[in-house]
Design a protein around this ligand. Structure first.
Ligand SMILES: [Zn+2]
Length: 324
């Protein structure tokens, strides 16, 4: 076990004063759609109910998929929805050094390791090892191939790969990380009944990618750094992100960052109960606008019973009828 550096204050870590604040954090990979609008409404509702600021963060670390024009469009669409935010917008692309510094800290702690596997190799290894092929805790399965590369006998293999400039991702060694942190919990509040639960981090999650091969960092790393930097007390986000919360809690503990309360809101579904997302043609807010739908009509259609469960999405033509 390497000697650990003493915990040091994270450069952007604010004081832990108990100020209530939340954030809305879209990614500019396309135009905002009705599902994003629902999430923004939930964030605003919580902020209003607690007289707390709602902050805006643009999650644009992925330079391959994010575009500046979509960032501009997000701002226009939020204004159309009537969602106001507090203070300056935080653009992740302006804080890449901060995320790299966090990654460096994890390297010094020896809880991450380079993974040279291609997607295809991982797939083959999963079949070979008869592992479950589905995601666990929001993390794709990984057989741990590269974890032991620096152990005795394999030392040269890792170094050889690095010397040959073989591209690699950084993976978190979950077992080693948990040895350092000990057992962890996070606080989860139910949107509807307001009960707070303490949830234990799953110790059996697969080793996740913390620094991607292509961009060197990852969503998981950036999000925990940003929530601390923006002093977010309550993270309000869709239920689809609940499985990643254990990983986020683990990263917070390793990086000595405070852990917010998590509230995962219900997602928008169509009338057959299927989740509405960009890929199954959730209409964009722009499309609604050009069809003469008002933001008020959209709000009434999404949340008719005052912010409890969202109503099933009725589709654009039925929405137009309500508008008339
Ligand atoms: Zn690997």
């Amino acid at each position: 076990m390497p000697e650990l550096l003493p915990p040091e204050p994270f450069p952007e870590q604010a004081s832990r004063e108990q100020i209530l604040r939340t954030r809305f954090a879209p990614s500019p990979t396309g135009y905002l759609h009705v599902g994003n609008a629902l999430s923004a409404y939930y964030c605003r509702q919580w902020a209003k109910a607690h007289d707390a600021p709602l902050l805006l963060r643009i999650e644009d670390i992925d330079s391959h998929r994010c575009r500046a024009e979509f960032s501009t469009a997000i701002i226009e669409d939020l204004q159309w929805l009537g969602i106001a935010w507090h203070g300056d917008i935080r653009y992740q692309s302006q804080h890449l050094d901060t995320y790299r510094q966090a990654l460096k800290k994890l390297r010094h702690m020896q809880v991450i390791y380079p993974c040279f596997c291609t997607r295809r190799e991982i797939q083959q290894e999963i079949i070979h090892a008869a592992l479950a092929p589905h995601d666990e805790d929001g993390i794709p399965p990984y057989p741990g191939t590269c974890r032991q590369l620096a152990e005795e006998g394999e030392k040269n293999k890792r170094q050889r790969n690095i010397d040959a400039n073989t591209p690699f991702a950084w993976r978190l060694d979950v077992e080693r990380a948990l040895e350092i942190t000990g057992p962890l919990n996070w606080r989860e509040k139910n949107w509807n009944n307001k009960n707070t639960q303490t949830i234990t981090v799953n110790t059996a999650m697969p080793d996740p990618v913390i620094g991607r091969k292509d961009i060197g960092i990852s969503y998981h790393l950036a999000v925990v750094v940003d929530d601390a930097a923006q002093r977010i007390s309550h993270v309000i986000r869709g239920e689809d992100l609940r499985p990643s919360t254990g990983l986020h809690r683990l990263l917070q503990a390793l990086l000595n960052l405070p852990s917010p309360v998590y509230i995962h809101h219900p997602l928008l579904c169509d009338t057959s109960g299927e989740r509405l997302a960009k890929r199954n043609h959730a209409p964009t807010l722009r499309k609604l606008r050009t069809n003469g739908i008002s933001a008020d009509t959209l709000h009434r259609a999404l949340l008719p019973d005052n912010m409890q469960r969202p109503a099933p999405w009725i589709g654009l033509s039925d929405l137009a009828k309500i508008q008339e």
